[in-house]
Design a protein around this ligand. Structure first.
Ligand code: DC
Length: 264
């Protein structure tokens, strides 16, 4: 079963998707981290961020993997070509670089393929911008999370403060926890992600939209887990009905064949 969770930056996707995955015993895939890992490599190699071909080669050739800490159900680190980029992918520099990188069709094709491969193997809660629309349009449950830009900026600052807690004197900490700058970046990325030509951020027609502005994380997770359980039951009933319909059709065909034999 695939649960697609899409929405803009800071809508609570990551936190909610992780909790829902643990509650349901599903795998979790953060597709934004994959685009970010490609951006880290592109910046490290000094590539021109307007040049698609060499950046697409990173997406096709350099394996992105997730590291797990023993005893913890969710991935705790991200690697590209074996290099740990867990902290680097969250810096303001990469917040900026990831927009053009993720707008390249060839980069999207490569990462979409890897995401489909992951989802084909495991029950997965997958979060991103285009999971319900492009990566898994047949996902059993599609959720689109929203919240006001201000609420999203406050959440992002809190999250960044926790991430960079070991490094509070650094420039990265100061930049990542500056609320006005974070809000400006969120608005910039909303505009960019929604207006790009390939796989723009959009709610799938059959998704459930949840405005999380005034909801606690637990409330949102509970809603998603309830929806997932309901879809599971519906799926099982649908499969039973399909099997029942197939059985009835087979019985009718057998009767028709018997009748034809009788006439012959
Ligand atoms: O979710 P995030 O902020 O970590 O995502 C980083 C960037 O990657 C974001 O600006 C949009 C892009 N992205 C995308 O285009 N498609 C996805 N499925 C996930 C992220």
């Amino acid at each position: 079963m695939i649960i697609a969770i899409d929405g803009p930056a800071g809508s609570g996707k990551s936190t909610v998707a992780k909790h829902a995955a643990v509650a349901l015993g599903f795998h979790y895939l953060d597709t934004g981290a994959m685009y970010r890992a490609v951006a880290v490599r592109a910046v490290a190699k000094g590539l021109d961020l307007g040049d698609e071909a060499p950046i697409a080669r990173i997406a096709t050739d350099e394996p992105i993997t997730f590291g797990y800490t023993p005893g913890e159900p969710l991935p705790t680190s991200v690697f590209i070509s074996g290099q740990d980029v867990t902290l680097q992918i969250r810096t303001p520099q990469i917040d900026l670089a990831v927009s053009p990188v993720s707008a390249f069709p060839a980069v999207r094709t490569a990462l979409t393929q890897q995401q489909r491969c992951f989802g084909a193997q495991f029950d997965t809660v997958m979060e991103g911008r285009d999971i319900g629309t492009v990566v898994f349009p047949q996902a059993e449950l599609k959720v689109f999370l929203t919240a006001t830009p201000e609420a999203r900026a406050i959440r992002r600052v809190k999250q960044n403060a926790e991430r960079f807690a070991g490094d509070t004197k650094s420039e990265a900490f100061a930049a990542a926890t500056d609320e006005a700058a974070v809000l400006a970046d969120i608005l910039r990325r909303d505009a960019y992600d929604s207006s790009r030509e390939v796989a723009p951020l959009a709610a799938a027609a059959d998704s459930v939209t949840i405005d999380t502005t005034d909801m606690s994380i637990d409330e949102v997770v509970e809603r998603i887990v309830d929806l997932a359980q309901a879809r599971r039951v519906q799926g099982a009933q649908g499969a039973q009905q399909t099997q029942g319909a197939q059985d009835a059709q087979a019985a009718q065909q057998a009767q028709e064949r018997a009748a034809q034999r009788g006439q012959a």
